[in-house]
Design a protein around this ligand. Sequence first.
Ligand SMILES: [Zn+2]
Length: 323
Amino acid sequence: MMAVHVGGHSIGLDRDEAGTDLNFVSHAHTDHLSGIRRGKGAFASEITRELVAARGRRFENAAVPCGAVLLSAGHMLGSRQLYIDSDANGRSVVYTGDYQMQRSYAAEEIEVRRADVLIIDSTYPYQSVTFDDRSEVISAIQCYSAQKAERGIVLFGAYSMGKAQELIRILNEAGIAPVVDEAIARINRVYESHNVRLDYEVADRLAQGGGGGNFVGIVNASRLKETKLEVEREARRRVFTAVATGFAKLFTFDTDVQFALSDHADFKQAVEYISICEPKEIYTVGSQAGRFARSLQSAGYTASQLSKGAMTEQIVSSTASLG
Ligand SMILES: [Zn+2]
């Protein structure tokens, strides 16, 4: 069970758990929304609530429990960590959700506080995977887009929430207003209502974008291949494809180019987080929790995977007095 206890509540962390009465939703990506349940309270930042609603899923945002604070996570607009100031023994607890230490062009900067207990995400658990400096990745994206747009149409595949908006900002800085579909434009409008300036064109079908000339387009990564074929067929121009994801450090994508633009922390950033947080106990969560705990252990940290058997009971009982 992945839960913390505060203000008389037992709180599920980014998912619904038996035995909890309230769920924390760290951000609006779909793999973190299972805590939104009919008949059960959920709380998130107001921006997260609006982004979730833009995808057609509405929930009433419950009040942040007494004794808990939401801190920026730096992952995407509205992403938050859950920070609990003090339990009966004077221990503080923080849950990161997805986070990063590098500053995104389209998200609030992360805030890291000291805490006795750290529950940390594990998306990139490998010591050997290091993201390049963001400014280098951004320059590479801008150069590639400007050069290829001279010769044809450039199509980026990216998450339509978070990564697409950061890409738009990056391209805008290079004087490019990309073409996006309505699904991305719906998310853009929430970003714009929170003062993130985005310059883009909306097209029902991307092939119709760019006024008949070359353009740079952004589509959800899952639709990149079919969109490429459609654009090639209709626009009759050369189409260059690209992805912008941290997984470019791990996998080879079926595209012309791949940029390792991540909105997660790599191992180095995790260590940076831990050095500021100075936790006495570290628990890893997420799909790579076991591997990440082992990587931290081999780097000299005391860390365990949360959400399995006895260790889970340990964290729950150790935080049970937080209320
Ligand atoms: Zn996420």
